[in-house]
Design a binder for this molecule. Structure first.
Ligand code: NAD
Length: 297
């Protein structure tokens, strides 16, 4: 499929609509899920664990549960209070590890301050690691034997593929080097034969790198910090950032790391926020769950 020339509020950059890609992909996942149900006599199962009262996390979890309904995945939700001890959280995870109806486990991050997310992830059985965050699964990913794929970077690759954006031989810059986004993103782009540069908070001259890049994936977590003057003519920009900003009228709206509207007439294509990478992340979580379920047959 070619680019869909969509205009968003005064911006004529060709929009890579993750939301639309995600709708099509969810239909395919629903079919895979139904096939699994016929073979296994039960639907694939995803268990979501949410600790504490973080409002954004509650919204993310609600969206994940909704996506489970859409794709025929049975979801269960464990809502634990903010004061949950590490010991109790570990017991909950271990129970889910042993539950034959649960194929994937998602521990919603961040956890309350007294709990260590990095440690808690290691309690999830690699065979049920729907987010691909355990050290075992990241190691498998690096060695080309992945059970699952990190959802956000995988979603970015699916968007690029959907719009026929060939990354082979291209200069790609990834801004950010977290375990959840930047590092696996760089790996997937490299696997797809891009020449990849990873930039981060200690990079000396960020613009020197972004101006040379055919594809820039921005995952710095800095609200609207890049715009006109930062990207190459006819480049492709994928914005992973998600922030809630307060408007002068007191209302709030979502924005990304990039000021997309400024890039009109400069870049070839870009993802919007909202409606870009966000919906794909949840969709790939569903696909990972069905993959894991098939591994449990
Ligand atoms: P993080 O804070 O763990 O990592 C941010 C990375 O950006 C770090 O490696 C840091 O070195 C780098 N960085 C920070 N400031 C920089 C700067 N000025 N210049 C260059 N590099 C800089 O964040 P994360 O978990 O990787 O998430 C990044 C962003 O993506 C956040 O806004 C997060 O909310 C968003 N996110 C979105 C989705 C989605 O589904 N769309 C999923 C995960 C994360």
């Amino acid at each position: 499929m070619d680019y869909i020339p969509v205009t968003i509020k005064g911006c004529s950059v060709q929009i890579l609509e993750g939301k639309a890609v995600s709708v099509a992909r969810r239909a395919k996942i629903a079919a895979l899920s139904a096939e699994f149900k016929v073979k296994a006599g039960r639907p694939p199962g995803l268990a979501v664990i949410l600790v504490g009262d973080d409002p954004a996390s509650h919204v993310y979890v609600a969206n994940k549960i909704k996506a489970c309904h859409e794709t025929g995945i049975r979801s269960t939700e464990q809502k634990l209070p903010t004061g949950t001890t590490a010991q109790h959280l570990r017991e909950v995870i271990e129970e889910l590890n042993a539950d034959p109806l649960v194929d994937g486990i998602l521990l919603q991050l961040p956890l309350p301050k007294h709990l260590k997310g990095d440690e808690a992830i290691t309690w999830i059985s690699p065979g049920k690691d729907a987010d691909c965050l355990t050290p075992q699964n990241l190691g498998r990913l690096w060695s080309g034997r992945a059970l699952t794929t990190p959802c956000t970077p995988w979603g970015v690759m699916v968007i690029l593929e959907h719009y026929n954006i060939d990354v082979a031989g291209k200069n790609a810059v990834v801004i950010g080097r977290s375990n959840i986004v930047g590092k696996p993103m760089a790996h997937l782009l490299s696997q797809a034969n891009a020449t990849v540069t990873v930039c981060h908070s200690k990079t000396k001259d960020l613009r020197e790198h972004t101006l040379r890049a055919d594809i820039v994936v921005v995952a710095a977590g800095q609200p609207e910090f890049l715009g006109k003057g930062d990207f190459k003519k006819d480049g492709v920009v994928v914005d992973v950032g998600i922030h809630r900003k307060t408007l002068p009228n007191g209302k709030s709206k979502l924005c990304g790391d990039v000021r997309l509207k400024e890039l009109e007439g400069i870049i070839r294509a870009g993802t919007p926020v909202p409606g870009g990478v966000g919906p794909m992340t949840i969709t790939m979580l569903m696909e990972n769950t069905v993959k894991l379920a098939n591994g449990h047959l």
